[in-house]
Design a protein around this ligand. Structure first.
Ligand SMILES: NC(=O)c1ccc[n+]([C@@H]2O[C@H](COP(=O)([O-])OP(=O)(O)OC[C@H]3O[C@@H](n4cnc5c(N)ncnc54)[C@H](O)[C@@H]3O)[C@@H](O)[C@H]2O)c1
Length: 353
């Protein structure tokens, strides 16, 4: 039996969900799509069908503008929520209360108490809650994680995440929810959260001390930060450094993750932290050439290819009633770092403009 999947929110990122669901066709099927804008629903439906043209001609996808109606009329095992971030909480709670497993886009919610309520409800209902931190599945990131698991760094001293991007007025004008406190958050919450998640995941620890300075340097039409600098001392002693911005002149520069250890140093970069830039270990059992060859992959956009393995894992978790690779609790950790940074630095940037 295939796992029935539906998507709520058919905007930009939902295209990656469509590809991922089509790539997992053996185990799942897309049964319904919902968006307030029916033209987006129709586009996603067409894309899914064209991706699976060769496999079947009996695909039936129901389309909706009301998610409540979609839930009433379909037997849904997994709902993918890819609406604006500020709606994730309310919609996830609704889905969990209707006994549907939830795979929610990042950030899982915008408030700590909301995220914790989602985690608690999923656990009470014995349902899965997963968060889309797809970059964890990037081959270089997986290989790096393996080196950490196998103790190849010795003691890890520090991990640094840099996100040097550019988002101009045109980007924010495309969708009015972007750059608002209520529905989005700033550069840390929207653009940097993936790399913050990778940094905290590699640390295997939780923050003990956190300092943050945020600013809005050249987006005076936004309520939120366009630059953030965070320093963390984790409980296990690792120091985390995060510098993220959407104010890079004149265009996207880079996104990198650097791990500095007693017996190894690694830097991963590329369009979506998908390329090994530096790789050196005392134990040279995986040489830099091997590491690069093992993890080569082509990507077409900054979102990478991670949604496909993420779906594979989540479908399996739902079928086998086990924890997904990136559970609600896992998804919460990066959110907590960002919310703590907001608390530390304050969110009124007017005096620094
Ligand atoms: N994982 C990633 O790399 C990644 C990348 C981009 C965006 N995202 C996240 O995905 C989410 C969506 O981002 P986007 O860029 O696709 O946004 P978008 O504005 O392109 O799409 C959001 C869609 O949700 C729809 N929607 C909102 N409320 C609805 C409702 N009640 N019923 C039905 N449809 C509704 C809107 O009409 C819109 O089409 C955000 O949380 C964002 O942070 C994740």
């Amino acid at each position: 039996m295939k796992t029935n999947i539906a998507i709520l929110g058919c905007g930009r990122i939902s295209k990656n969900h469509i590809i991922a669901i089509a790539n997992n066709f053996e185990d799942s099927k897309l049964v319904a799509l919902c968006d307030l804008d029916i033209s987006k629903v129709e586009s996603r439906k067409t894309e899914y069908k064209s991706l699976l043209e060769k496999q079947t001609d009996t695909i039936c996808i129901n389309t909706y503008i009301s998610y409540k109606k979609m839930v009433e009329e379909n037997d849904i095992d997994i709902i993918a929520i890819s609406t604006e971030s500020g709606y994730h909480y309310e919609q996830s709670i609704f889905m969990l209360n209707n006994n549907i497993n939830v795979l929610v886009e990042k950030p899982m919610a915008l408030k700590e108490e909301h995220a914790l309520e989602m985690i608690e409800l999923a656990s009470t209902k014995n349902l899965n809650l997963g968060v889309c931190f797809q970059n964890r599945f990037n081959p270089p990131i997986q290989l790096l994680r393996k080196q950490i698991d196998n103790g190849k760094f010795g003691r890890i001293y520090a991990i640094t995440a840099n996100i040097y991007w550019n988002r101009g007025k045109g980007y924010y004008e495309q969708a009015p929810w972007r750059g608002t406190h209520a529905l989005d958050g700033g550069a840390l919450m929207n653009q940097c959260i993936h790399n913050i998640d990778l940094l905290q995941w590699m640390s295997d620890s939780i923050p003990n001390e956190l300092n943050a300075m945020l600013s809005n340097f050249n987006h005076n039409y936004l309520e939120v930060e366009d630059y953030g600098s965070i320093q963390i001392r984790f409980e296990n002693g690792i120091i985390g450094n995060i510098e993220g911005s959407v104010a890079l002149y004149p265009k996207n520069y880079k996104e990198t993750l650097v791990v500095i250890g007693e017996k190894g140093t690694v830097e991963i970069g590329g369009l979506a932290v998908n390329k090994i830039l530096h790789w050196v270990f005392e134990d040279n059992s995986i040489s830099v050439e091997d590491a690069i060859n093992l993890t080569k992959s082509e990507i077409n956009n900054v979102y990478g290819n991670g949604h496909t393995p993420l779906y594979k894992d989540f479908i399996e978790a739902v079928r086998e009633k086990k924890e997904p690779y990136i559970s609600g609790l896992e998804g919460f950790k990066a959110l907590k770092i960002i919310l703590d940074s907001y608390k530390k630095s304050g969110v009124n940037y007017d005096k620094y403009r």
